[in-house]
Structure formats: structure tokens, C-alpha cells
Design a protein around this ligand. Structure first.
Ligand code: ADP
Length: 378
């Protein structure tokens, strides 16, 4: 009988697991938040991922549970573990992707390079951190942030008053995360695949370009990444995957500082935007690899198939009509571009698809990918 993987969350990451699941003969089931989501092609259930009964009922019919996002609450995850249902990544690992304060504390324990940081519970504590760091800091809400929401550069402690007020209202004694404002020359991402039985494989480190806090482009491998830098990135990634017992795909977002250090920014324990290039430029796409890893099957080769792969996100989309209405134009002008759509309604700034181009010439690949993506924008 086919192995069954249950994915909690019906977004584009679950959607992009569908094709490799078909190829591997794996039955993919999706618990979607609502009808008509990106992964509705494989959605076998619609329900609230915060409700233990709903998730448990979904999970009882699959061999392993994994995720499209990291928002499933710990008590719900624990219900699955208590029912002896394999969950990858497990709650003990996932909590470090759910809470940035827990992540910083754990990375410190295992000696990973990261920005200087502190948990701050009041304006006074934030002021003390600012005073110790040249008057600037990045303040983050530990939970629930994404695409730059919940991240704020501050130069005065009063600039986080609203977040401290929300903490006080919440009454659970929480804290904000204050980090040094890192002087970085660029952002990188390191992906690792790890099986429950221990096998790990490192993808090449990639360069990610963010605009307005959202990933806009990715180049794989990262240009000007010396063998030593790539090695250090891979060692950091593997160290985190093993140190936190991550299973499935792990993405480690990194800063490359102006003085040539790598510092860990944040973690995602699922396929990640920085790995979409692997669909068309890698021997094993991150989506296939994630399925193999959570099923504890031997991992595929993470190496690139081309010299360069470029991924450009389609952010926003056309004002009128569906993305697909622009297919013919893009196909005619850019036959080497691979367009991936998420089945989402276009909205300003929303990730509705991406374009991958792989080739031997980086400038040409960047040009083709940007030009093809722009066909879908107004
Ligand atoms: P999110 O969870 O929303 O993705 P991140 O923690 O990745 O938030 O931060 C979003 C962006 O903010 C980063 O990609 C980076 O550009 C910037 N940033 C975050 N932390 C720092 C920092 N300590 N120093 C400088 N820039 C930062």
C-alpha cells in the first residue's frame, strides 16, 4: 500500500509537495484551513489546525504528519505524539522555529554564531540594550511574525511601547527579542535535509534578496561563495539540524557580515522559499527531499544540475484576471523559464508564484527570470 503523508496547512508549500508525491507513489493528504487553498488539489480535510480533535482525526489516517507552516500549537502536536503518530519535525524541534527567543537561547547553548541578543520585558530593559549597542536594535515579537511583520528597527526604547503594552495585556509574562542591528553585506540561506534515522544532506548555500521584508530573488549557489564560506554555512546548518533534532527540511537564514562572518538570523523547519530553485535546478527538489526525509527514506542528491539557478518571486500579480492569463506571453518570450503558480488570487505584495531559470550564465539567468516574472505583474 502506498505510504501516506499528511500535511497540516494548505498553502503553496503543501501544493508543491503534490507533484513529487505523485512521482514517488506517495499518497499526499492535506488538512487545509479552508476550501480553495493552494493545496486544495490534495486536500482531504478542511479544518482548524489549532483544534486537537481535528488534527488527530486527520493524522490517524496517515503514516507521518508534517507541515506547510509552523503555527500548529505545541499542545496539539503533543496530542499526536501521545497517540504514537510519527510527527516530523517533532514538537521538541519545531518549538525553536515557533519562538525566536527559544531559538536564540538554544542556539547559544549549542554554540552557533548569532547576533547579540537579549530578552527584554520593559522599556527600561530595551533602553539598556540600546545603550550597550550604539543606540540601535532590531526588536522582534518572538511568535507569529512572518515576512518582516513583527520585526522593527528601533533607535529609541519608546518605539516598542505598543508591543510592550500588548505583552502586558496578554498577561503571560512574555518578553520581546532585542538583537544587535547587524551590519550585513547580504543574506544567505542554508538548507539541510535530515532523516529521523540520522542521515543529513546539505544543499549549496544560496543568496537571498529581500525587498520590504519579503524574499524577492534567490541565486543558487550564492555568488562569490568561497569553498570555505560554503563549508562554514553547511557546518552551521548540519550543527543546527543535529543539535535541535530537526527532521525533514531545515532552512537556516544567515547574515554575511561586512567583516566576513556568518550569523544565524532565523530557522524554518519545512520547505522554504530559498529552496524553490531546486525544483528546476537541483537533482532533488526540496519538496521531494522533504517527503523522503519525513518518511525516513534515503535522501536524494542535493547538488545543482546547472551552474546557476535563479528564482524570482511573483509578488502581487496582475490587477485583473488570473496569473494563467499571462502564460502564453511568458512562454513565448522566455521558453527557458519555469513558471510555478500557487492558485492564489493576486493581491498587492502577495506571493502568488515564482519563476525558476537554470543555466550556465548567471547574468542571462537573472535577466530571463526577472523578465518572465514581470510578465505576470502590472
Ligand atoms: P521574519 O520572521 O518576518 O522573516 P526575520 O527575523 O527574518 O523576520 O527578519 C526579517 C528581515 O529583517 C531580515 O530578512 C533582515 O533583512 C532584517 N533583520 C532581521 N534581524 C536583523 C538584525 N538583527 N540586524 C539587521 N537586520 C535584521
Amino acid at each position: 500500500m502506498a505510504l501516506r503523508v499528511g500535511v497540516v496547512g494548505g498553502g503553496q508549500l503543501a501544493r508543491m509537495m503534490i507533484a513529487p508525491a505523485v512521482e514517488l507513489g506517495v499518497e499526499l493528504r492535506v488538512l487545509a484551513e479552508e476550501e480553495g487553498m493552494s493545496a486544495s488539489l490534495a486536500a482531504t480535510a478542511v479544518g482548524d489546525y489549532r483544534d486537537a480533535e481535528t488534527v488527530l482525526a486527520f493524522a490517524r489516517d496517515v503514516d507521518v504528519v508534517t507541515f506547510d507552516h509552523e503555527h500548529v500549537p505545541q499542545d496539539v502536536l503533543q496530542t499526536l505524539v501521545d497517540a504514537s503518530i510519527p510527527v516530523h519535525p517533532g514538537p521538541h524541534a519545531l518549538r525553536f522555529a515557533q519562538d525566536k527567543l527559544q531559538m536564540r537561547a538554544r542556539l547559544q547553548e549549542i554554540g552557533m554564531p548569532q547576533p547579540e541578543w537579549a530578552a527584554v520585558t520593559s522599556r527600561e530593559e530595551l533602553q539598556a540594550f540600546l545603550d550597550g549597542h550604539g543606540g540601535s536594535a532590531v526588536v522582534k515579537t518572538p511568535r507569529g511574525g512572518y515576512d518582516g511583520k513583527g520585526v522593527r528597527v528601533v533607535h529609541a526604547a519608546t518605539e516598542a511601547d505598543d508591543w510592550f503594552a500588548a505583552l502586558a495585556e496578554d498577561g503571560r509574562g512574555g518578553a520581546l527579542l532585542a538583537e544587535e542591528l547587524v551590519d550585513f553585506s547580504r543574506e544567505l540561506a542554508q538548507q539541510i535535509a535530515r532523516r529521523p534515522s540520522g542521515e543529513v544532506r546539505a544543499y549549496p548555500v544560496v543568496e537571498t534578496v529581500q525587498r520590504d521584508g519579503v524574499c524577492a530573488e534567490v541565486i543558487a549557489p550564492a555568488p562569490r561563495s568561497s569553498g570555505r564560506m560554503a563549508d562554514v554555512a553547511a557546518r552551521i546548518g548540519i550543527g543546527i539540524a543535529e543539535g535541535l533534532d530537526v527532521t525533514g527540511m531545515l532552512a537556516v537564514e544567515l547574515f554575511e557580515t561586512t567583516d566576513e562572518r556568518l550569523l544565524v538570523n532565523e530557522l524554518a523547519m519545512r520547505p522554504h522559499n530559498s529552496g524553490h530553485w531546486s525544483q528546476d535546478g537541483g537533482v532533488t527538489s526540496q519538496f521531494e527531499q522533504h517527503l523522503r526525509a519525513v518518511l525516513d527514506l534515503p535522501l536524494g542528491d542535493p547538488e545543482p544540475r546547472a551552474e546557476w539557478s535563479v528564482m524570482v518571486n511573483i509578488l502581487g500579480g496582475p490587477a485583473e484576471g488570473a496569473l494563467e492569463d499571462r502564460f502564453a506571453t511568458a512562454m513565448a518570450a522566455h521558453p527557458m523559464a519555469k513558471v510555478h503558480t500557487y492558485g492564489k488570487a493576486p493581491r498587492p505584495g502577495r506571493k502568488v508564484g515564482h519563476v525558476n531559470v537554470a543555466g550556465e550564465d548567471l547574468d542571462e539567468a537573472v535577466y530571463q527570470a526577472r523578465a518572465a516574472a514581470s510578465v505576470f505583474l502590472d
